[in-house]
Ligand binder design. Structure first.
Ligand code: MSP
Length: 510
């Protein structure tokens, strides 16, 4: 099986982590953990983008060197994945020496590819420092960048340009040949029509800045922040494991996750740069929508930030991860609310899942003195419920259907709850003649919960481990365990502690 390499965008180090960043990070982690459960060689990359011009400006205001300033603020970003239960295989900083050196080599490869794909020219235009991109007049609203609500600046300078226009045909062909190269399909169409509309060369350097990666053949210029940042996906592989170059292992089997705001950079500029430098294009790109609160994109400049760490403090990482996957269909824009975290915590995690575990373990403790016998009854209703689960969830996660795969698991949770009601073990317990039946029902409930815990392990890893422990089962989460009849006999099972106790603190204000 081809190794699975998944990336998040690298976040601007000078911005404040908000729930939108947490969203992509959690999604990438779910995909990575899931592929690992299937025994696949997997690598997850996230990190920070440091060479934005704003970093140098703010550092100067604070009387610091840009690197010193970046070193101080990077911790907020390092702790983001950790607090969300995300364990990236590498956290990249674009100020890493290994990255800087690789970007210089990468740009030199393009310059020397024999096709003059990098040439000198003059650029004049309106530049938005929020987007770190030039804007045309018609992209502005009342003279301001609609994304950032700030007026762009006029910039005129001699820069190095990348001949994007030379890659129009190759990109058009790629979009024609690979139906699922960019997902969802409506995003592929957006990229395809951007290519069809004619590609303009773009500037890859900036003059007179000291904060950035020097252009190796013209050290008065530094690399444009995007020409530097995109390269992180490759550069990280050259120094994440000292002494090892992981490019041959993980490239081009990469899946880039990103939101729609940076579609052109990833789906058009980046593949063209890779082709120009002699690398293969990424295996797949998934473009998700924005998480909206009150119908506005969450971002700092719009004064609409939800600190994901506040939510984690109140509810824990798993409920926040669960909400990210469940609140909005992954790929679509969607309105989410902070109140929704509480609601899902109580109704779905607490009632549907937590109570199922409490009831099941309490019944084994009460009716069987904590002993669960291994009595799978093949042909049972629970077997039928579990049979298609592993394949269904895997197929959905292979196509980035983060929300659909979780809903599929939840159907099973609901099915198990119905099974408790229809089999009514409390009635069976009253009748000695039905002791075998009761044993089978208890076994099926425990087994169903065990399989659900394994299926949920990529979404809510801590919860999954707690369920397995409460059921007296080994912590094995190989994907083959998502099937019926794998529960080990147990003795001494006691009623489980509530998985999601009631929380009395108020939810943080939106
Ligand atoms: N530094 C660039 C990316 C360079 S990648 C080579 C950048 N950084 S960013 O900090 O602005 O964050 C970018 C990403 O954060 C978005 O593409 C998206 O993945 C995520 N999100 C930011 N706001 C978001 C929402 N409101 N909703 C969902 N995701 C959002 O752009």
């Amino acid at each position: 099986m081809e190794p699975y390499y998944v990336t998040t965008p690298i976040y601007y180090v000078n911005s404040t982590p908000h729930i939108g960043h947490a969203y992509t990070t959690v999604a990438a982690d779910v995909f990575a953990r899931h592929q690992r459960q299937r025994g696949r060689d997997t690598f997850l990359l996230t990190g920070v983008d440091e060479h934005a011009s704003k970093v140098a400006r703010v550092a100067e205001e604070q009387g610091l060197r840009p690197q010193e300033y970046a070193d101080r603020i990077v911790e907020a970003w390092r702790s983001l994945p950790a607090r969300l239960g995300v364990a990236p295989d590498f956290f990249i900083r674009t100020s890493d020496e290994g990255h800087k050196q690789f970007v210089q080599e990468f740009l030199t490869r393009i310059k020397e590819n024999g096709r003059e794909d990098i040439y000198q020219g003059v650029y004049a235009g309106l530049y938005c420092v929020g987007c770190e991109a030039f804007k045309t007049e018609d992209e502005l609203v009342d003279g301001k960048c609609p994304e950032h609500d700030i007026e762009p600046e006029w910039i005129e300078e001699r820069n190095w340009f990348f001949r994007l226009s030379a890659y129009q045909e190759q990109l058009r062909a790629l979009y024609g040949e690979r139906a699922d190269w960019v997902l969802p399909g409506f995003r592929a169409n957006e990229a395809r029509s951007f290519v069809a509309g004619g590609l303009q060369d773009f500037s890859i350097s900036r003059e007179g800045l000291s904060w950035g990666i020097p252009i190796p053949w013209d050290t008065d210029q530094v690399a444009y922040v995007w020409a530097d940042a995109l390269v992180n996906y490759l550069s990280a592989l050259t120094y994440a494991r000292p002494g090892e170059n992981l490019i041959a292992r993980y490239w081009p089997g990469v899946r880039h996750l990103l939101a729609k705001d940076i579609l052109r950079f990833h789906c058009v500029y980046w593949p063209a740069m890779l082709l120009a430098a002699g690398y293969e294009v990424p295996r797949q790109l998934f473009v998700h929508g924005y998480l909206l609160l009150d119908d506005r994109k969450i971002s700092k400049s719009l004064g609409n930030v939800v600190d994901p760490l506040d939510l984690v403090d109140v509810y824990g990482a798993d409920p926040v991860r669960f909400w990210c996957a469940r609140s909005v269909s992954f790929g679509q824009d969607g309105a989410a609310s902070v109140a929704g975290v509480r609601e899902r915590y109580e109704r779905e995690l607490g009632n549907d899942l937590g109570n199922l575990l409490s009831r099941t373990t309490a019944m084994v403790a009460r009716y069987r003195d904590g002993e669960l016998r291994a009595v799978p009854s093949f042909g049972s209703e629970v077997e039928a419920i579990l049979a298609p689960l592993g394949d269904d969830v895997a197929a959905r996660l292979d196509s980035f259907d983060l929300t659909g795969a979780l809903e599929r698991i939840w159907e099973v949770v609901r099915g198990l709850n119905r099974h408790v009601e229809t089999t009514a073990p409390w009635q069976l317990a009253k009748d000695d003649a039905r002791a075998d039946e009761l044993d089978r029902v208890l076994y099926d409930l425990v087994d169903g919960l065990r399989a659900v815990a394994v299926a949920l392990a990529s979404y809510v890893p801590e919860t999954s481990a707690r369920i397995l422990e409460a059921l007296g089962q080994p912590p094995t989460i190989d994907w083959s365990e998502v099937s019926y009849g794998r529960t080990q006999p147990v003795e001494g099972l006691g009623p489980a502690e509530p998985l999601f106790p009631r929380i009395d603190e108020p939810a943080p204000a939106a």
